[in-house]
Design a protein around this ligand. Structure first.
Ligand code: SF4
Length: 334
């Protein structure tokens, strides 16, 4: 069953090929579809043979997101649905920390990532040793860790959060001060919404840190009436000038509810492509930034992953239980 964090319908991965094509025909020309169709058909067959599901993040390209994915959404939705699936094999069409999170929540299942090099600048910005030093420096202050981190970092933390539930998790701890890491901008943007004092780390998302307030002013000048949505990993100066800020799921939800005639999503490029396919009557302006890590995942690599059962993601048992507890605590609180 295909599920989504978005309130809008998403396509079923088991549809016949012509119907699948109708889902993406405004984005993929027929000659390109003829090239992709062989991999798509093979992936659908392999999923059935292996009792596998494909979990795809909102930043995956439309050929993956709208044709072979069983579950789509943001990091929080993927973590929740990874916990609920009864498939034997999970293929994570996303980046490595997402596959690790799926493995933490499904220790007995086989979790595959189609490209082991699909990393994340945020996850790479902090280590478990950094967290231990922070604890020494700020004794007794709880550590709230964004899911965009390694399992080793999660294991040293008290609770995880996503961009959807950061404020709720921080306030739910009932303390006056927390450490929130590794995304400095998400921490500062969350601090602006709460009385809880937040100590931040200096990690940044290499996609969202590049947006500037000047980008927004120039968009407003050149596209009259445009509504600007921005991800909270953008710098606070960008958030201050946008019309709405929220996670990828929240942005998709805003578009579905408010139906802005002309809109821009300041986030990864494929997000706009995927949402635009669901709302053909709206105009999507497309200045966006590509995530090189997300773009490592392709249909041929997903097919190869299912054919060869690679690359299996495992988590060191010495850290898995502690890391799982921080994710589960988030799922309980948020
Ligand atoms: S978009 Fe940013 S936060 Fe997401 S995987 Fe890419 S680098 Fe990491």
């Amino acid at each position: 069953m295909l599920q989504s964090a978005s309130p809008t319908p998403t396509p079923a991965a088991a549809l016949p090929m012509p119907e699948l094509y109708r889902r993406v025909e405004r984005h993929i020309p027929p000659f390109e579809w003829r090239i992709l169709a062989d991999d798509i058909a093979a992936i659908l067959r392999l999923k059935a043979e292996r009792n596998a599901v494909v979990l795809a993040h909102n930043y995956q390209t439309p050929d993956i997101f709208h044709t072979v994915a069983d579950i789509v959404g943001d990091s929080l939705a993927l973590a929740r649905e990874a916990e609920r699936t009864d498939a034997d094999v999970i293929v994570l069409a996303g980046v490595h920390f997402m596959a690790e999170t799926a493995k933490l929540l499904n220790p007995k299942k086989t979790v595959l990532i189609p490209d082991l090099k699909a990393g994340c600048s945020l996850a790479a910005s902090i280590t478990a040793a950094d967290i231990r030093l922070l604890r020494e420096r700020h004794p007794g202050v709880p550590i709230v860790t964004y899911v965009n981190t390694s399992a080793a970092v999660k294991a040293e933390s008290d609770v995880c959060c996503t961009s959807s539930n950061a404020k709720k998790i921080i306030e739910g701890l009932g303390v006056p001060k927390v450490i929130m890491l590794p995304d400095e901008y998400l921490a500062r943007n969350t601090a602006a919404q709460t009385k809880v004092e937040i100590i931040a780390w200096s990690g940044h998302c290499e996609v969202h840190e590049r947006f500037t307030p000047e980008d927004i002013r120039s968009l407003r000048e050149s596209h009259h009436g445009i509504i600007v949505l921005a991800h909270p990993e953008c710098p606070p100066e960008v958030i201050a000038e946008c019309d709405f800020s929220g996670s990828t799921a929240a942005m998709a939800g805003y578009v579905g509810k408010e139906r802005p005639a002309r809109v821009v999503l300041l986030t990864e490029c494929s997000m706009s492509d995927n949402v635009a396919l669901q709302y053909p009557d709206l105009e999507f302006v497309r200045p966006c930034n590509l995530c090189p890590h997300m773009k490592r995942i392709t249909l041929p690599k997903i097919r190869c992953s299912l054919e060869t059962m690679t690359h299996e993601v495992t988590v060191d048992p010495a850290i898995a239980d502690r890391a799982r507890r921080t994710v589960e605590r988030m799922l309980t609180m948020g």
